[in-house]
Unconditional design. Structure first.
Ligand code: ZN
Length: 279
Protein backbone atom coordinates (compact mmCIF):
# COMPACT_ATOMS: atom_id res chain seq x y z
CA UNK A 1 0.00 0.00 0.00
CA UNK A 2 1.24 3.41 -0.85
CA UNK A 3 0.20 4.82 2.48
CA UNK A 4 2.05 2.07 4.32
CA UNK A 5 5.17 2.79 2.33
CA UNK A 6 4.88 6.47 3.09
CA UNK A 7 4.48 5.73 6.77
CA UNK A 8 7.46 3.40 6.70
CA UNK A 9 9.57 6.05 5.04
CA UNK A 10 8.52 8.68 7.54
CA UNK A 11 9.30 6.23 10.31
CA UNK A 12 12.72 5.41 8.94
CA UNK A 13 13.53 9.10 8.71
CA UNK A 14 12.27 9.75 12.16
CA UNK A 15 13.65 6.74 13.98
CA UNK A 16 15.99 9.13 15.78
CA UNK A 17 13.11 11.16 17.10
CA UNK A 18 11.45 8.02 18.43
CA UNK A 19 14.64 6.95 20.15
CA UNK A 20 14.93 10.37 21.75
CA UNK A 21 11.40 10.11 23.04
CA UNK A 22 12.07 6.73 24.60
CA UNK A 23 15.40 7.67 26.10
CA UNK A 24 14.30 10.88 27.82
CA UNK A 25 14.56 11.41 31.53
CA UNK A 26 12.67 8.84 33.52
CA UNK A 27 9.10 9.92 33.50
CA UNK A 28 7.60 7.65 36.07
CA UNK A 29 4.38 9.21 37.14
CA UNK A 30 2.44 8.88 40.30
CA UNK A 31 -0.15 6.89 38.45
CA UNK A 32 -1.80 3.76 39.56
CA UNK A 33 -2.62 0.61 37.78
CA UNK A 34 -6.19 -0.35 37.59
CA UNK A 35 -5.56 -3.07 40.15
CA UNK A 36 -7.18 -6.44 40.22
CA UNK A 37 -10.48 -5.29 38.79
CA UNK A 38 -8.72 -4.52 35.53
CA UNK A 39 -11.41 -2.16 34.42
CA UNK A 40 -10.50 0.63 32.08
CA UNK A 41 -9.44 3.93 33.51
CA UNK A 42 -12.52 5.98 33.10
CA UNK A 43 -13.75 7.35 36.37
CA UNK A 44 -15.35 10.58 35.29
CA UNK A 45 -15.66 10.37 31.55
CA UNK A 46 -18.37 12.04 29.58
CA UNK A 47 -21.56 10.36 28.59
CA UNK A 48 -21.72 9.61 24.89
CA UNK A 49 -24.10 11.75 22.92
CA UNK A 50 -27.36 10.32 21.59
CA UNK A 51 -25.72 9.58 18.26
CA UNK A 52 -22.86 7.62 19.81
CA UNK A 53 -25.18 5.86 22.19
CA UNK A 54 -27.36 4.48 19.45
CA UNK A 55 -24.33 3.34 17.49
CA UNK A 56 -22.90 1.34 20.37
CA UNK A 57 -23.79 -1.96 21.82
CA UNK A 58 -24.42 -2.13 25.54
CA UNK A 59 -21.23 -2.70 27.45
CA UNK A 60 -20.74 -3.87 30.98
CA UNK A 61 -17.77 -1.53 31.16
CA UNK A 62 -19.71 1.50 30.09
CA UNK A 63 -22.57 0.70 32.40
CA UNK A 64 -20.46 1.13 35.50
CA UNK A 65 -21.62 4.09 37.57
CA UNK A 66 -19.56 7.23 37.40
CA UNK A 67 -17.61 8.17 40.47
CA UNK A 68 -17.36 11.60 42.03
CA UNK A 69 -20.51 13.66 42.25
CA UNK A 70 -22.19 11.49 39.67
CA UNK A 71 -22.55 14.29 37.15
CA UNK A 72 -21.03 13.37 33.82
CA UNK A 73 -18.79 16.05 32.37
CA UNK A 74 -18.78 17.15 28.78
CA UNK A 75 -14.98 16.86 28.62
CA UNK A 76 -12.32 15.10 30.64
CA UNK A 77 -11.12 17.59 33.22
CA UNK A 78 -7.96 19.59 32.53
CA UNK A 79 -4.79 17.93 33.74
CA UNK A 80 -1.58 19.55 34.86
CA UNK A 81 0.95 20.36 32.17
CA UNK A 82 3.85 17.93 32.17
CA UNK A 83 7.31 18.63 30.82
CA UNK A 84 8.02 15.08 29.79
CA UNK A 85 5.86 12.11 28.93
CA UNK A 86 5.19 9.23 31.28
CA UNK A 87 7.59 6.41 30.40
CA UNK A 88 6.60 3.79 32.93
CA UNK A 89 3.90 3.30 35.47
CA UNK A 90 4.32 2.90 39.16
CA UNK A 91 2.38 0.19 40.82
CA UNK A 92 2.62 -2.81 43.03
CA UNK A 93 3.91 -6.14 41.85
CA UNK A 94 4.67 -7.40 38.40
CA UNK A 95 2.36 -5.16 36.46
CA UNK A 96 2.89 -4.12 32.85
CA UNK A 97 1.02 -2.31 30.10
CA UNK A 98 0.73 -3.48 26.51
CA UNK A 99 0.11 -0.67 24.03
CA UNK A 100 -0.63 -0.89 20.30
CA UNK A 101 -0.25 2.17 18.08
CA UNK A 102 -1.35 3.51 14.68
CA UNK A 103 -4.50 1.41 14.21
CA UNK A 104 -7.02 0.18 14.08
CA UNK A 105 -6.41 -1.90 10.98
CA UNK A 106 -9.04 -4.52 10.10
CA UNK A 107 -6.29 -6.84 8.85
CA UNK A 108 -4.50 -7.07 12.21
CA UNK A 109 -6.39 -5.44 15.07
CA UNK A 110 -9.13 -8.11 15.26
CA UNK A 111 -6.46 -10.82 15.68
CA UNK A 112 -4.82 -8.84 18.47
CA UNK A 113 -8.21 -8.38 20.15
CA UNK A 114 -8.89 -12.12 19.79
CA UNK A 115 -5.62 -13.01 21.53
CA UNK A 116 -6.20 -10.49 24.32
CA UNK A 117 -9.71 -11.91 24.80
CA UNK A 118 -8.42 -15.48 24.87
CA UNK A 119 -6.21 -14.63 27.85
CA UNK A 120 -8.67 -12.16 29.40
CA UNK A 121 -6.14 -9.32 29.17
CA UNK A 122 -6.83 -5.61 28.63
CA UNK A 123 -4.54 -3.36 26.59
CA UNK A 124 -4.26 0.24 25.40
CA UNK A 125 -4.71 1.23 21.76
CA UNK A 126 -3.33 4.59 20.63
CA UNK A 127 -5.40 5.08 17.50
CA UNK A 128 -5.04 7.52 14.64
CA UNK A 129 -8.22 9.41 13.81
CA UNK A 130 -8.04 8.67 10.10
CA UNK A 131 -7.85 4.94 10.85
CA UNK A 132 -10.46 5.06 13.60
CA UNK A 133 -12.88 6.96 11.39
CA UNK A 134 -13.39 4.06 8.97
CA UNK A 135 -12.99 1.35 11.61
CA UNK A 136 -15.46 2.55 14.18
CA UNK A 137 -16.69 -0.98 14.74
CA UNK A 138 -13.25 -1.89 16.07
CA UNK A 139 -13.32 0.99 18.56
CA UNK A 140 -16.76 -0.15 19.70
CA UNK A 141 -15.34 -3.65 20.18
CA UNK A 142 -12.45 -2.21 22.22
CA UNK A 143 -14.98 -0.46 24.44
CA UNK A 144 -17.06 -3.60 24.84
CA UNK A 145 -14.01 -5.66 25.76
CA UNK A 146 -12.66 -3.21 28.31
CA UNK A 147 -9.63 -1.86 26.46
CA UNK A 148 -8.44 1.72 26.73
CA UNK A 149 -8.30 3.86 23.60
CA UNK A 150 -5.84 6.75 23.47
CA UNK A 151 -5.27 9.59 21.02
CA UNK A 152 -2.36 9.21 18.55
CA UNK A 153 -3.30 12.21 16.33
CA UNK A 154 -5.38 12.18 13.15
CA UNK A 155 -2.73 11.59 10.47
CA UNK A 156 0.43 10.64 12.40
CA UNK A 157 2.47 13.76 11.59
CA UNK A 158 5.65 14.91 13.27
CA UNK A 159 3.84 17.32 15.58
CA UNK A 160 6.97 19.27 16.49
CA UNK A 161 7.00 20.66 12.94
CA UNK A 162 3.39 21.87 13.05
CA UNK A 163 1.82 25.09 14.24
CA UNK A 164 -0.05 25.05 17.50
CA UNK A 165 -3.29 25.41 15.56
CA UNK A 166 -2.59 22.32 13.47
CA UNK A 167 -1.47 20.32 16.49
CA UNK A 168 -4.76 21.19 18.18
CA UNK A 169 -6.70 20.14 15.10
CA UNK A 170 -4.84 16.80 14.84
CA UNK A 171 -5.62 16.05 18.47
CA UNK A 172 -9.18 17.39 18.68
CA UNK A 173 -10.49 15.67 15.56
CA UNK A 174 -9.11 12.40 16.85
CA UNK A 175 -10.72 12.79 20.27
CA UNK A 176 -14.00 13.59 18.49
CA UNK A 177 -14.00 10.39 16.44
CA UNK A 178 -12.93 8.35 19.47
CA UNK A 179 -15.85 9.77 21.44
CA UNK A 180 -18.28 8.84 18.67
CA UNK A 181 -17.00 5.30 18.16
CA UNK A 182 -15.66 4.32 21.59
CA UNK A 183 -18.20 6.23 23.64
CA UNK A 184 -15.85 8.43 25.65
CA UNK A 185 -13.17 11.00 24.97
CA UNK A 186 -9.63 9.68 25.47
CA UNK A 187 -7.74 10.33 28.69
CA UNK A 188 -4.36 9.39 27.22
CA UNK A 189 -2.29 10.79 24.40
CA UNK A 190 0.86 9.60 22.62
CA UNK A 191 2.81 11.78 20.17
CA UNK A 192 3.81 10.09 16.90
CA UNK A 193 7.49 9.12 16.80
CA UNK A 194 7.73 9.98 20.50
CA UNK A 195 8.39 13.59 19.44
CA UNK A 196 7.06 15.94 22.14
CA UNK A 197 7.26 19.65 22.79
CA UNK A 198 5.75 22.21 25.12
CA UNK A 199 2.74 22.96 22.91
CA UNK A 200 1.85 19.27 22.73
CA UNK A 201 1.96 18.90 26.51
CA UNK A 202 -0.10 22.06 26.97
CA UNK A 203 -2.75 21.13 24.41
CA UNK A 204 -2.97 17.57 25.68
CA UNK A 205 -3.50 18.85 29.22
CA UNK A 206 -6.17 21.29 28.02
CA UNK A 207 -8.01 18.37 26.46
CA UNK A 208 -7.72 16.36 29.65
CA UNK A 209 -5.19 13.86 28.33
CA UNK A 210 -2.03 12.57 30.00
CA UNK A 211 1.03 11.98 27.77
CA UNK A 212 2.02 8.32 27.82
CA UNK A 213 5.22 7.20 26.07
CA UNK A 214 6.78 3.77 26.55
CA UNK A 215 9.55 1.88 28.29
CA UNK A 216 10.21 -1.00 25.89
CA UNK A 217 10.02 -0.54 22.13
CA UNK A 218 9.43 -3.84 20.36
CA UNK A 219 10.53 -2.18 17.06
CA UNK A 220 7.96 -4.46 15.47
CA UNK A 221 7.44 -1.94 12.65
CA UNK A 222 10.87 -2.89 11.28
CA UNK A 223 9.48 -6.45 10.79
CA UNK A 224 12.53 -8.03 12.45
CA UNK A 225 10.86 -11.45 12.71
CA UNK A 226 8.33 -12.77 15.17
CA UNK A 227 11.01 -14.35 17.37
CA UNK A 228 12.93 -11.09 17.70
CA UNK A 229 9.80 -9.19 18.74
CA UNK A 230 9.04 -11.87 21.34
CA UNK A 231 12.63 -11.76 22.65
CA UNK A 232 12.66 -7.98 22.94
CA UNK A 233 9.44 -7.89 24.92
CA UNK A 234 10.28 -10.84 27.16
CA UNK A 235 13.78 -9.53 27.91
CA UNK A 236 12.42 -6.03 28.56
CA UNK A 237 9.70 -7.27 30.91
CA UNK A 238 9.86 -5.74 34.39
CA UNK A 239 7.42 -4.19 36.85
CA UNK A 240 5.99 -0.92 35.56
CA UNK A 241 7.09 -1.41 31.96
CA UNK A 242 5.01 0.02 29.12
CA UNK A 243 5.47 -1.99 25.91
CA UNK A 244 5.13 -0.37 22.47
CA UNK A 245 3.88 -2.42 19.53
CA UNK A 246 1.85 -1.60 16.44
CA UNK A 247 -1.37 -2.97 14.97
CA UNK A 248 -1.20 -0.91 11.76
CA UNK A 249 1.08 1.11 9.50
CA UNK A 250 2.33 -1.79 7.41
CA UNK A 251 2.39 -5.59 7.51
CA UNK A 252 1.83 -6.35 11.18
CA UNK A 253 1.43 -10.11 10.92
CA UNK A 254 4.65 -10.53 12.94
CA UNK A 255 3.20 -8.36 15.70
CA UNK A 256 0.04 -10.48 15.69
CA UNK A 257 2.00 -13.74 15.90
CA UNK A 258 4.41 -12.39 18.51
CA UNK A 259 1.56 -11.50 20.88
CA UNK A 260 0.33 -15.10 20.74
CA UNK A 261 3.74 -16.16 22.07
CA UNK A 262 4.80 -13.49 24.55
CA UNK A 263 1.39 -12.93 26.14
CA UNK A 264 1.03 -16.44 27.66
CA UNK A 265 4.72 -16.34 28.58
CA UNK A 266 4.37 -13.05 30.47
CA UNK A 267 1.31 -14.42 32.27
CA UNK A 268 3.23 -17.60 33.15
CA UNK A 269 6.00 -15.39 34.53
CA UNK A 270 3.49 -13.83 36.89
CA UNK A 271 2.93 -10.51 35.14
CA UNK A 272 -0.39 -8.74 35.48
CA UNK A 273 -1.13 -6.99 32.19
CA UNK A 274 -3.49 -4.10 32.58
CA UNK A 275 -4.48 -0.63 31.47
CA UNK A 276 -3.46 2.75 32.90
CA UNK A 277 -5.65 4.41 35.46
CA UNK A 278 -5.76 8.10 36.22
CA UNK A 279 -5.13 8.76 39.88
ZN1 ZN B 1 2.68 5.85 15.79
Amino acid sequence: MQKDQLLMRRRALLAGAAALGAAGAAGTAGLLFSGSSDTPARSGGPAPGPQARSALKPSAYRLQPLTGDGAPRAEPGPTRVRHEPILRISGRGRTMLLTFDDGPDPRYTPHILDTLAKYDVRATFFVCGEMADWNRDLLARMADEGHVVGNHTWSHPLLTQLTRRRIRSEMERTSDVIEKAYGERPLWFRAPYGAWNRAIFQLGAEMGMEPLAWTVDSLDWTTPGTGTIVDRIESGAAPGVVVLSHDAGGDRSQSVRALRKYLPQLLDDGYHLTVPRRS
